[in-house]
Design a protein around this ligand. Structure first.
Ligand code: NAD
Length: 459
């Protein structure tokens, strides 16, 4: 079947109403969970073959989160899916009012390469939980993981419910040219704009999970060792290829040298003196991106690291002192294990740096000064953030995960994910036993007065 035929088959299946049946959805989610568990080791192997992702990180940041999303949706689906009764307005007495949770229909999910298993599977799980059919296009750059995803999906789902379509830009372009009921895209800002444009043609609703330059501010009140340890973990996890990694730090000038020393100590503690031989440090996804990162280091003031082997897709954890916003490192999202270190003395210095960029996906502050923390959280716009750590806001399914402005549109995770793939249908069920006459013509000044009083009291 070609792409339009697959979509038509899914649309026809959607009309049979079978995906509206919660028991059917649960059966699919349980089968998916069983198949993923059966492939646990194969998933770790695929991720390791794609970019030497360590098993530990593959569990922590992909497999474990996917199983959690499945467990959560299996446990709560009946509650999430049922119509929710809301308080009725007395102006419409008598009625019973509800929100019906309606699937959009046939959904396109496009995934990136950096967390190739998690970021393909989690949107898929929530789309299925919500009762949609899905066409999934995983990243073409993680071929081992994408092949395994296709194998798992082919085993679990009929093609009329979920179909994996693999390919690169041409395939993605062809998919985007079709008419969808919803598009969920995770990837870069430039491609996000292409997706938004394609969706606008058919007024298709979208979620865009994008990226950007996420800052990390460190003031003088911190415990340097703990701060450095957490930053090294969050920045160099996944080889720095994390959408919510701290792209750069802004540290108070007075503690910059001590902070750099603390970072170097923690890098050595985590990965040893020669990181290239550490089993715990992933590679860059391909040579093209390794070269891109190497070019960013041209002429840079490297404080530590800076070792690059293009043919091995290796860039070591690297610290760079930056005092010019126009260096290549500060022009675009880094998306690799390079940490620019900028300094500040006043809050205006911080504003000048952060407001130089689009609204970031993530925002981090390390500080024990509550006033500074609250003022800073209130002052800047960003997708989500953490005080005194990196990344962990994405691990709480009760928190919505997404960007704002150029870092994205919409959010998901946990119930927020179910809601993302659900149209909230407003339903009023009117009673017939009473029919107040006030709204009906012929209108009169008496009725008008009564109407105004009713709006004043109950509106
Ligand atoms: P990308 O935008 O290059 O690719 C993402 C997907 O889009 C891939 O499946 C790819 O095949 C497709 N694609 C690429 N070019 C296209 C085009 N011209 N037309 C249509 N489709 C196209 O992103 P990437 O390099 O895979 O991922 C890295 C980016 O994703 C970073 O910017 C990162 O910040 C962002 N990201 C965001 C999140 C999030 O949750 N917000 C998560 C991970 C990554």
């Amino acid at each position: 079947m070609n792409i339009p035929e697959i979509i038509n088959a899914q649309k026809a299946f959607f009309k049979t109403q079978q995906t509206k049946n919660v028991a059917y959805r649960l059966q699919l989610l349980k089968a998916l969970k069983a198949e993923i568990i059966a492939n646990e080791d194969a998933i770790y192997t695929a991720l390791n073959n794609d970019f030497k992702k360590p098993k530990f990180e593959s569990f922590l940041s992909e497999y474990g989160l996917v199983i959690s999303a499945l467990n959560l949706s299996i446990k709560n689906l009946k509650k999430w899916a049922k119509p929710q009764r809301v308080k009725a307005s007395i102006l419409m007495f008598s009625s019973k009012d509800y929100i019906y949770n309606e699937p959009y229909g046939t959904v396109l999910v496009i995934g990136p390469w950096n967390y190739p298993f998690l970021l393909a599977l989690e949107p898929l799980i929530m789309a299925i939980a919500a009762g949609n059919t899905v066409i999934l296009k995983p990243s073409e750059l993680t071929i081992n993981t994408s092949n395994l995803i296709e194998k798992i999906i082919t085993k679990v789902f009929p093609e009329t419910v979920v179909k994996t379509i693999q390919g690169g830009v041409d395939t993605s372009t062809e998919l985007l040219a079709q008419r969808w009921d919803y598009i969920f895209f995770t990837g870069s800002v430039p491609v996000g704009k292409i997706v938004a444009k394609a969706a606008a043609k058919h007024l298709t609703p979208v979620t865009l999970e994008l990226g950007g330059k996420s800052p990390c501010i460190i003031d003088q009140t911190v415990n340097l060792k703990l701060t450095a340890k957490r930053i090294v973990w969050g920045k160099f996890l996944n080889g720095g290829q994390t959408c919510v990694a701290a792209d750069y730090v802004i540290v108070h000038k007075a503690i910059k040298n001590d902070f750099v020393e603390a970072l170097i100590t923690e890098i050595k503690n985590a990965y040893g003196e020669n990181v290239e031989f550490s089993e715990d440090f992933p590679r860059i996804i391909n040579e093209k991106n390794t070269k891109r990162l190497a070019n960013m280091l041209n002429g840079a003031n490297i404080l530590y690291g800076g070792n690059v082997a293009i043919n091995k897709c290796y860039v070591s954890p690297t610290l760079v002192a930056v005092n010019d916003m126009n260096t290549p490192l500060m022009k675009e999202e880094i998306f690799g294990p390079i940490l620019p270190i900028l300094t500040y003395e006043t809050e205006t210095d911080i504003e000048n740096i952060i407001w130089h960029y689009e609204k970031p996906l993530a925002f981090y502050i390390f500080s024990n000064n509550k006033t500074f923390v609250e003022n800073t959280l209130a002052k800047f716009e960003f997708g989500g953030g953490v005080v005194n750590d990196l990344l962990i806001h994405l691990a709480n399914h009760k928190l919505p995960f997404g960007g704002v402005g150029h870092s994205g549109i919409g959010a998901y995770h946990g119930k927020h994910g179910f809601d993302t793939f659900t149209h909230k249908k407003a339903i009023v069920k009117r009673g017939n036993w009473i029919d107040p006459p006030v709204r009906y013509a012929p209108y009169s000044s008496k009725k008008f007065k009564l109407l105004k009083t009713m709006f004043k009291w109950f509106g």
